[in-house]
Design a protein. Structure first.
Length: 351
């Protein structure tokens, strides 16, 4: 009998699988990546700052510490390269904005914001930086396609198929799915948890996002990410990733004309050179109403678990919480109340 079945093939499922491996837990991973684009199209960025409020992102220092350890160790285990540390360039569009930045760099965000103020120079001529800019350290990105492809090779038991919930038999001390017997099952289905009859009561607030990959000449960004209402960073050669949009209505993976127009508008605020759009993709982020992950045990079936709600910040959250999940599963260590699915048990009773 296996320890677990993992349902999903995105960031949540693969991060959890790698963490389970570290504890010699056996699992079978079952998923059909074609059902959801989310993890594969994500820019994979992490950033410790919430620019809108100029505050530190929730537990940023703890999450970033953990993600560095996790992804660099995953690179070694898979003999692949997907982890890149970067710096964010934040241009100032007013004196007030610059002064507020300086204040925050001295008090509140000093661990993440560079204390210096930089003046735009000839190197930035094709970027929209009116005069001066600040830098955020401790940022970076995971090349999500490379990470997920590398993980595929690590799973001993790996099924590429749609999971049919009606075929799951739940017993008190084990579960059976088709011919697979395991002690328990953990669902990492992203926004598609809405189709899971065991966990469809979880209050998601999923949000569609669209991204471009463009080709352009003369954009002098190497490891920097330019951020102003959107982001642009270099993939390789003349290829750049640009994003993203937010749409709470059309929850599907179809790129739209509105999305393309919005991205073009945002790009006009980032670069001054012509470009070709090479790819335009969309996906649905598994966001939650209270903007916290949703992790833990089913209220009735103690061998059914959920690991979801990574929202807009999966890259930062997944390593930290997959480790927490393993400690919760193995040692019964309580999950943070903020992320424990228990906070929604009343929704299960009501509906
Ligand atoms: C445009 C965009 C940009 C983003 N940029 C960033 C970013 O820069 N940084 C960041 O941290 N996050 C970003 N995100 C968010 C990030 O992608 C998510 O937090 C993360 O990928 C969610 O992973 P997940 O595994 O929970 O969900 P998903 O990636 O949706 O994975 C769910 C998996 O379950 C599978 N599945 C579901 N139901 C079934 C079933 N019945 N049978 C079989 N398989 C099933 C799906 O096919 C999929 O493989 C972005 C998202 C989008 C859309």
């Amino acid at each position: 009998m296996l320890d677990l079945i993992i349902v999903g093939k995105g960031l949540a499922a693969n991060t959890l699988a790698l963490s389970l491996q570290e504890h010699q837990l056996s699992y079978c991973i079952i998923g059909d990546p074609s059902l959801s684009n989310c993890s594969r199209i994500a820019a994979g960025l992490w950033n410790p700052i919430v620019f809108k409020r100029m505050t530190s992102s929730w537990k940023a220092d703890e999450f970033i510490k953990e993600l560095k350890i996790f992804y660099t160790s995953a690179e070694k285990r898979t003999a692949s390269q997907f982890y890149t540390e970067r710096t964010i360039i934040k241009p100032f569009f007013s004196v007030e904005e610059k002064n507020f930045w300086i204040k925050k760099s001295q008090n509140g965000l000093s661990q993440f914001i560079d204390h210096a103020i930089y003046t735009a120079n000839a190197q930035h001529k094709n970027l929209v930086i009116p005069d001066s800019y600040g830098l955020v350290n401790n940022c970076g990105n995971i090349d999500m396609q490379s990470f997920l492809n590398a993980c595929e090779d690590l799973h001993a038991e790996n099924k590429n198929e749609v999971f049919d919930h009606s075929q799951l038999r739940v017993n008190t001390d084990h579960i059976v799915y088709k011919n697979i017997k395991a002690k328990c099952i953990v669902f990492c289905e992203g926004h598609l948890v809405k189709n899971n009859p065991f966990f469809n009561w979880i209050p998601m607030n999923s949000v569609k996002g669209e991204v471009f990959e463009i080709e352009a000449e003369g954009i002098e960004l190497e490891k920097e990410i330019l951020n102003h209402n959107a982001f642009i960073f270099k993939l390789k050669d003349k290829r750049f990733k640009v994003g993203a949009t937010y749409n709470w209505k059309e929850l599907n993976d179809e790129p739209t004309e509105n999305g393309a127009n919005e991205l073009k508008e945002k790009l006009a605020g980032l670069i001054k050179v012509p470009y070709n759009v090479l790819e335009h993709k969309a996906g649905v982020r598994p966001s939650t109403l209270d903007r916290r992950p949703i992790i833990g045990q089913h209220p009735l079936h103690k061998n059914l678990f959920v690991f979801n709600g990574l929202g807009t910040k999966g890259v930062m959250l997944a390593p930290y919480f997959s480790k927490k999940f393993v400690h919760f599963y193995l040692n019964k260590e309580a999950l943070d109340a903020e992320v424990d699915v228990k906070r929604f048990y009343s929704k299960f009773n009501n509906g």
